[in-house]
Write a protein that binds this ligand. Sequence first.
Ligand code: CU
Length: 598
Amino acid sequence: MLIPSLLPAAGLLPRRRFLQAMTALGSTAALPAWAQALPAARTGTPPELRGPHFELTMDYTSVDFDGRRGIATTLNGSLPGPTLRMREGETVTIRVTNRLRETASIHWHGVILPFQMDGVPGISFAGIAPGETFTYRFTLEQSGTYWYHSHSGMQELTGIYGALIVEPRGGETIRAARDQVVLLSDWTGDDPMRALAKLKAEAHVYNQNNPTLVKLLRDARQHGMKAALAERDMWNAMRMSPTDLADLSSRVLSYLINGQASGANWTALFKPGERVRLRCINGAGNTFYDLRIPGLKLTVVQQDGQNVEPVTVDEFRIGPGQTCDVVVQPREDAYTLFAQSMDRTGAAIGTLAVREGLKAPVPVLDAVQWLSMADMMGGMDHGAHGGEGDASAAMMNHGSMDHSSMGHGAMNHGLADGNRPARASAQVRHARTEWGPGSDMRVDMPRANLDDPGVGLRNNGRRVLTLADLHTIGGPMDPRGAEREIELHLTGNMERYTWSIDGQRFADSKPVHFKYGERLRVILHNDTMMTHPMHLHGMWQELESPEGKFLARLHTIPVQPAQRLSFLVTADALGRWVWHCHLMFHMDLGMFREVVVS
Ligand SMILES: [Cu+2]
């Protein structure tokens, strides 16, 4: 049984914030008078600025993405903002001036720095008030491909982001004749806050792939009408959709490469035979991209700024917040850079070519794959129930069972010294707060398979990168095992369009505490049907295999539906940090925690 919606969800949106956003940004339907004369944003490969001193100014500009017009918030008039090049070991100063009508901020995503420079309003600092300039100053202790973005309101969705490249102290070890930033993002044709309000009112409003009569008849032909109807009954009983892959779709989003929609055909140049490094960054507010370049192998050399043992693939999925550097060696005249959205409603498309004006064939979008039972329930053996129509909601633990006897808090499973488990515990501990309206499903038998490329990429005939393929060169940063284990559950209620951690929104939560200097293990357990790219500020997340073997140092970890994974953290950064899902709406609605290191 599901908990029924008790309130008209749209009414929950704070009205004041909604009005503010509407006034500040206007809407695409009718631009306010003040916005009519705005300069157009510069798009395409952005200008590059070199350190150690940088000046950035936020202001409003107009944009037009293949006919989808609107007002963007941009940096130095450019979308994406300038690419910032810095050097490892350098102390940089970045002066950010806010000419917007609202408080703004910049967060340096993946950069290890003092928390006062981290740029999260209300946690790290007060934010940058309209008309003010804030000076960021920090020393770079790392190198690699990173990016920066606003951490205020919906400014990231409306254009405040750019690439940040830190050159290694000892020179590049990744050999390439050319180096090109490929910054993927998305643009809401609608005002983001209005799109959010629509999702609150009707969670599936932008889903273009909901099962149709045509698909029912096709399934019935293949599997028989009884089985086809049983499957639909099951999804209906759970009040969920097997195609719930993205909250927003191309109905309301334009998919961009370096600030250009497909019609602009953004092009990167090369000479045949050259090794070309593509620094792929996903700066989208909502979109997971599946990127491939038909005809070219992609050698992954860096993930989240950290060099990895090279692995050659045909395709990789990149979620909001993640970066992935690949080296390619093109020999023909032109190739299509094809980044389809995870829900297959559109793609960001560009070209790699020996000169401007060329195009290569563009693949058709892949067919939509439905979420599987494993995405729903994890590792149970469901064979016995298939197609019989008895896959009821109760069986899947949708709130009908009494779990009051399982009152484990998810936190503070302290372990005595000398009793450091080599691997994460497999026993699922749902927090008490998960039995509430904030959570509409709980997975009791999660899957731990890190070699799953995820829905849409399974068995597609291409070699697809998975988390299990990533091996950061040099191994873990800290040889110690975990002294303590924390388990956090990613939760949500699709009917109400709410997102939370352990069933609690940020507003109702207490900070997570790390002890300064400790090495701890964090288990992330996804009790929803969506993939959440989880980003921790200030410290690295060192992903491990289910057997407890170190895999990769990451700032953003995508956790698939019904998946349970773990990583180690060294709490070596004092102060107040945050940890959140990098899907903007999920973050805004409460899949967000403060982390205090003391
Ligand atoms: Cu999320």
